[in-house]
Design a protein around this ligand. Structure first.
Ligand code: SF4
Ligand code: SF4
Length: 378
């Protein structure tokens, strides 16, 4: 990515906002973009994904507080604590255009790049050490909080939010780094920190709105989720996705809305059925992890978190068409990346990049009634 000469910001297209926005680098999209969809409705909060990631990547000294994959209980939980509430308060009003229909609305507020204080690339804050102390604080807490001075008040509800780096199209971490140590790979859109170049200034920790880069006090450099790129290079899904007990996760490649391939699972879920939505699209980084919102949560809360497409997403998910129903069956069924899918009257089928069948799941499990066995007791 190259900063245009003589300019601080350039204009780029953000399809999630349905408008152009300011960003310090020219628009430059990868050859293909890593993406994932997490179905919140199915998550059981078992943290198997969290431990699969931890035991693979962050078990060394200095990495104790690092949870590249974490599952937090909303509305009160967060790692670091209150990461989203703190930034939302700083960002100010986040309005979407009024009008008919939900998913076609344009964002009218400011993104974190447009709201950047003078001399900064993006709006952000650096969490204090104590905010990283409890990775799963307020786990399973649904009761409205009494102490309104420290926590926002909510109705009685909770749900699990599964969080990894979003491998954003417009990464704030990369924009913020004064060493240009963070880069987005052209071959798959995965965002990485060059461990040789990083000097631990922590600008990425400060300006990633999702707080996914983490500082290693032992090595004095920052680290983050690497989307298990050695596995992705072998057409294999990440560790958190492979290990998911609830089968809530599906990994793939996402296209722009004007280049949709309807047999591409990510495109179908995000662009065709519109059941999967980005988290806090108003931040403006164009995140590439998408969520099927939980059906039981107050809509106002969900709209702030997932944008204006929430009602439509829940409606479609609650009454799925045959293709969507079939595709939902393919979540968590294979360690290979499903690049294409097809649904017949009986099966949902997943294909690899070479259009070879890699998984076939029946839409309805056969019922087998075994004849009773009687033992003669004498
Ligand atoms: S989620 Fe944060 S760390 Fe990951 S690419 Fe986006 S801005 Fe960077
Ligand atoms: S492994 Fe799957 S079901 Fe368990 S917490 Fe993680 S995302 Fe949820």
């Amino acid at each position: 990515m190259e900063i245009p000469e003589g300019e601080k910001m350039t204009r780029v297209n953000n399809w999630q906002l349905r408008r152009e926005m300011d960003y310090p680098y020219k628009e430059s999209r990868p050859d293909r973009q890593f993406a994932a969809v997490f179905n919140i409705n199915r998550c059981i909060g078992c943290q198997t994904c969290t431990m699969a990631c931890k035991s693979t990547w962050t078990f060394n000294k200095g990495q104790e507080h690092m949870w590249w994959n974490n599952v937090e209980t909303k509305p009160f939980g967060g790692y670091p604590q209150h990461w989203d509430v703190k930034l939302l308060e700083k960002l100010g009003p986040q309005k979407w255009e009024k009008g008919e229909g939900d998913s076609g609305k344009t964002y009218q507020g400011k993104t974190i790049f447009e709201a950047a204080p003078k001399g900064e690339v993006a709006l952000g804050y650096l969490p204090e050490d104590k905010e990283w102390r409890f990775p799963n604080i307020y786990e399973d807490t649904s009761t409205p909080w009494k102490d309104k001075a420290t926590l926002p008040s909510h109705d009685t509800f909770f749900f699990y939010l599964q969080r990894i780096c979003n491998h954003c199209t417009y990464p704030a971490c990369a924009a913020a780094c004064p060493r240009k140590a963070i880069y987005k790979r052209k071959e798959d859109g995965i965002v990485l920190i060059d461990q040789e170049r990083c000097r631990g200034y922590r600008k990425c920790v400060e300006q990633c709105p999702y707080k996914k880069p983490m500082y290693n006090p032992q090595t004095r450099i920052s680290e983050k989720c690497i989307a298990c790129y050695p596995r992705v290079e072998q057409d294999t899904v990440t560790r958190c996705i492979a290990a998911c007990v609830g089968k809530i996760r599906l990994q793939g490649w996402i296209n722009l809305p004007e280049k949709i391939e309807a047999d591409n699972p990510m495109d179908y879920l995000v662009h065709v059925a519109k059941v999967a939505l980005p988290s806090y699209p108003q931040f403006g980084t164009e995140p590439n992890v998408f969520y099927i919102p939980p059906r039981w949560v107050p809509r106002g809360y969900l709209k702030q978190l997932f944008g204006p497409g929430v009602e439509n997403a829940i409606e479609r998910y609650s009454d799925p068409d045959p293709d969507l129903l079939g595709l939902l069956q393919l979540f968590g069924t294979t360690q290979q990346i499903i690049e294409k899918f097809r649904v017949t009257e009986k099966d949902a089928i997943g294909y690899d990049a070479h259009k070879r069948e890699i998984i076939r799941v029946p839409l309805e499990d056969p019922i087998v009634i075994r004849p009773p066995i009687y033992h003669n007791i004498t």
